[in-house]
Design a binder for this molecule. Structure first.
Ligand SMILES: Nc1ncnc2c1ncn2[C@@H]1O[C@H](COP(=O)(O)OP(=O)(O)OP(=O)(O)O)[C@@H](O)[C@H]1O
Ligand SMILES: [Mg+2]
Length: 346
């Protein structure tokens, strides 16, 4: 598992990027710099620390710098200044050999448009990264079968991409990335090309898959709903800058500025509030073991339980100890708030 440290990272596109760093220009806005000097500040002093095994979402509108950021991570583009440390090594200092190694083994990318080879079977597509590494046929097919099973595509090995639905094709894309056993998975809007229904399914599948693979994932999206479903933490970008960084719960319940608020206002609180934030002290240690929730569960997911069981609902930690209870009224309060939110939108 890998950690990623992004320090004071800038990317200025244009023929004279240094002009942006002149003291009299450094505080100019992106549009001022574009108007005056015809340079595009795609990343402005980005600082991020991404933890091993976390799903880290980068969210923002079109043009906010999301792709530039992930591309910089694998040096498909060279940043103008700053540093990128992956496993404590400065990626920007790699020589060609080190860079090749890094791209083959440490990181793998999943693209929006799948990028599968049409004349290769599903198996051959999944094994592609290993073929590049010159792993022998038997070993790479073995690994490809394994990752295809992981993404739920067993039985499709000899099909061609055109015979698969969009969602299935992207699962091949994910399998291909996983086959090389990378530490880090970079996903640039991987589900944007899919129908809304399939898209929602894929988010949930990715979340489940991540529980098994526990990779460090950097996931790009322009959809806050998607960010909340898949992300442990979310960085919201605007004009090349990180304008807020936090858990889905922090971002939705406490937007840092009106820009973030605009994004978050239609997300129901029940979708992001964790049980630990609304539980209260239990009055006794007795509880019904059939109906328990974990402290990190999301309130929305426990609503069916509320309808089924008595009041209050016991909260039990991983050691099977009672750590709190959730009174039904707390849940109803949140549900009512969310409903009011929805109502006020219309
Ligand atoms: N090669 C390039 N040359 C000049 N400008 C570029 C280049 N690549 C990106 N840009 C500019 O940098 C800014 C950030 O682009 P980027 O592709 O990172 O945005 P994004 O957040 O990924 O957007 P989208 O959601 O549309 O994919 C944009 O203003 C874009 O026009
Ligand atoms: Mg992009």
């Amino acid at each position: 598992m890998s950690n990623i440290e992004i320090v004071n990272l800038w990317k200025v596109f244009g023929n004279d990027p240094e002009i942006v760093f002149e003291p009299e220009n450094i505080n100019k806005t992106r549009s001022e710099i574009q108007d005056e000097f015809n340079q595009v500040v795609a990343l402005r002093n980005v600082n991020l620390s991404i933890n091993p095994g976390e799903t880290f979402v980068v969210m923002g509108l079109s043009g906010s710098g999301k792709s530039t950021l992930v591309r910089a991570l694998i040096r498909l583009i060279d940043p103008t200044s700053g540093s990128i440390l992956i496993n404590n090594q400065d990626v920007l200092q790699y020589n060609n050999q080190e860079l090749e190694n890094f791209r083959r083994h440490t990181v793998a990318m999943v693209f929006q448009h799948f990028g599968l080879f049409p004349h290769r079977t599903v198996l051959e597509n999944a094994a592609y990264g290993l073929e590049v590494q010159k792993v022998d046929t038997e070993a790479r097919n073995q690994k490809a079968l394994e990752v295809l099973e992981l993404v739920g595509l067993s039985g499709w090995e000899s099909s061609y991409p055109s015979e698969l639905s969009g969602g299935m094709q992207q699962r091949v894309g994910i399998a291909r990335a996983l086959a090389v056993e990378p530490d880090i998975l970079l996903m640039d809007e991987p589900f944007s090309g899919l129908d809304p229904l399939i898209r929602r399914q894929m988010r949930i599948e990715l979340k489940k898959l991540q529980q098994t693979i526990q990779k460090t994932i950097v996931f790009i999206t322009h959809d806050l709903d998607e960010a909340i479903t898949v992300g442990d933490r979310i960085a919201i970008m605007r004009d090349g800058e990180v304008t807020q960084l936090g858990t889905p719960e922090e971002i939705v319940t406490n937007p840092a500025n009106s820009f973030v608020e605009e994004f978050t206002f239609d997300i129901p609180k029940t979708r992001v509030t964790s049980v630990s934030n609304i539980m209260v002290k239990p009055s006794s240690q007795e509880f019904d073991r059939r109906y328990v929730v974990a402290p990190e569960s999301i309130v929305e997911d426990m609503i069916p339980l509320v309808l089924e069981t008595g009041d209050p609902i016991p909260v039990v930690d991983s050691k099977d100890e009672l750590v709190g209870v959730v009174p039904q009224e707390k849940i109803l309060e949140l549900v009512a708030q969310s409903a009011r939110q929805e109502y006020s939108e219309e």
